[in-house]
Design a protein around this ligand. Structure first.
Ligand code: AMP
Ligand code: FE
Ligand code: FE
Ligand code: ZN
Length: 287
C-alpha cells in the first residue's frame, strides 16, 4: 500500500514561484502531500525556511535546486537533490549565475521597449522580490499593466523561446553543474526529459548513457506534461540504466496556472516510495 503522494519539483518566491517556501509547506500539509522538494531555478535561498517549516508541520522537505544546463549544444534542466545548501562552491556559482541573469534580463527589457511596451527593470525587480528573476516575472508585470490579457499570452506572443522578446541566457555546462551538485553532497537528476524533444527511445537512451558516464544519477519520470507513453518510456529507461526515479509537478503557484502541487494538471500521483528511494540513494552516495 502506498503511504501517500509527494511532489519533488516545486518553485518558490526564491525564483519564479508565487508561494513563499513557508506557504509551500503549509499548502503541502493542507493537500496531504507527505514530502516536497524545493527546486528553485539557480537559487537555494528558499531551502532553509522550508526545512524549518517542514520540521514544524511534519512535512518532509528535500533541499534542491534546478540548473539550466547545456551539454555540447543540447540544453536541458538539471535538478540537484539533497544538496548542502550552505556549500560555498554552490553558492558562489549561484551568485555568478544571478549576475548573468541580470544582464540577460536587461536584454529582454530592451526588446520589450523596442516593441513599444513601457517597462523598466525596476518594475520587474519589484515583482520578483529577493530571488532569481525570470521570464514569469516579466509576464506578470505585462499582465498587470494590461499589455496582455493573461499570463500565457505574454509567453505565447513575446517571451517564449525565439519569441520577439526572448533573449538566450548563459547556461552552465552540464559537467560543471554535475560537479557542483556532487561536491555539495547532492544527486544530479535530469528534469522533465520530454523537453529534450528526443522522441526516439534509442536516441534518448544513448544521450542518457553519455550523461550517466559524466555523473548523472536520476531521471524525472513523473511530470505534469509527460504523457502516459512518455512516462512508461522514461520508467523503462530508468530501470534499464539503473537511474533513480523522481517525479514532480513543477508547481509555480500563480506563475503556472493549471498546475497544482502534488496533482499537476489533475491526474498525477507520485508515490511516497520514490522519496524513500531518493533518500536511500543520497545516503548511499555519501556513506
Ligand atoms: P527563464 O528562467 O527566465 O528562462 O524562465 C523560464 C521559466 O519560465 C520556466 O521555468 C517557466 O516557469 C516559465 N516558462 C517558460 N516557458 C513558458 C511558457 N511557454 N509558458 C509559460 N511559462 C513558461
Ligand atoms: Fe520556472
Ligand atoms: Fe525546468
Ligand atoms: Zn522547474
Amino acid at each position: 500500500m502506498e503511504k501517500g503522494r509527494i511532489d519533488l519539483h516545486i518553485h518558490t518566491t526564491a525564483s519564479d514561484g508565487t508561494f513563499t517556501p513557508r506557504e509551500v509547506v503549509r499548502y503541502a500539509l493542507e493537500k496531504g502531500i507527505l514530502a516536497v522538494a524545493i527546486t528553485d531555478h539557480d537559487d537555494v535561498s528558499g531551502v532553509e525556511e522550508a526545512l524549518i517549516e517542514g520540521e514544524l508541520l511534519g512535512v518532509e522537505v528535500f533541499p534542491g535546486v534546478e540548473f539550466s544546463v547545456d551539454h555540447e549544444g543540447t540544453p536541458f534542466h538539471l535538478l540537484g537533490y539533497m544538496i548542502d545548501y550552505r556549500n560555498k562552491t554552490l553558492n558562489e556559482t549561484l551568485d555568478r549565475l544571478k549576475k548573468k541573469r541580470g544582464e540577460r534580463n536587461l536584454r529582454i527589457i530592451e526588446k520589450l521597449n523596442e516593441l513599444g511596451f513601457e517597462l523598466t527593470y525596476d518594475e520587474i525587480l519589484e515583482e520578483a522580490g529577493e530571488g532569481a528573476v525570470g521570464r514569469p516575472h516579466f509576464a506578470r508585470v505585462m499582465m498587470k499593466k494590461g499589455y496582455v490579457g493573461n499570463f500565457y499570452e505574454a509567453f505565447n506572443k513575446y517571451l517564449r523561446k525565439d519569441g520577439p522578446a526572448y533573449a538566450e541566457r548563459d547556461r552552465v555546462k552540464f559537467t560543471n553543474a554535475v560537479n557542483i551538485i556532487r561536491s555539495a553532497g547532492g544527486l544530479p537528476v535530469i528534469a522533465h526529459p520530454h523537453g529534450l524533444e528526443m522522441k526516439d527511445r534509442r536516441d534518448l537512451g544513448a544521450f542518457l548513457d553519455v550523461l550517466i558516464g559524466l555523473g548523472l544519477a536520476g531521471i524525472e519520470v513523473y511530470y505534469s506534461k509527460h504523457t502516459k507513453n512518455q512516462t512508461a518510456m522514461y520508467l523503462g529507461l530508468a530501470e534499464e540504466k539503473g537511474l533513480v526515479v523522481t517525479g514532480g509537478t513543477d508547481f509555480h503557484g500563480e506563475n503556472k496556472p493549471g498546475v497544482d502541487m502534488g496533482s499537476g494538471k489533475g491526474n498525477m500521483f507520485i508515490p511516497y516510495s520514490l522519496a524513500v528511494k531518493l533518500r536511500e540513494a543520497c545516503a548511499k552516495k555519501s556513506g
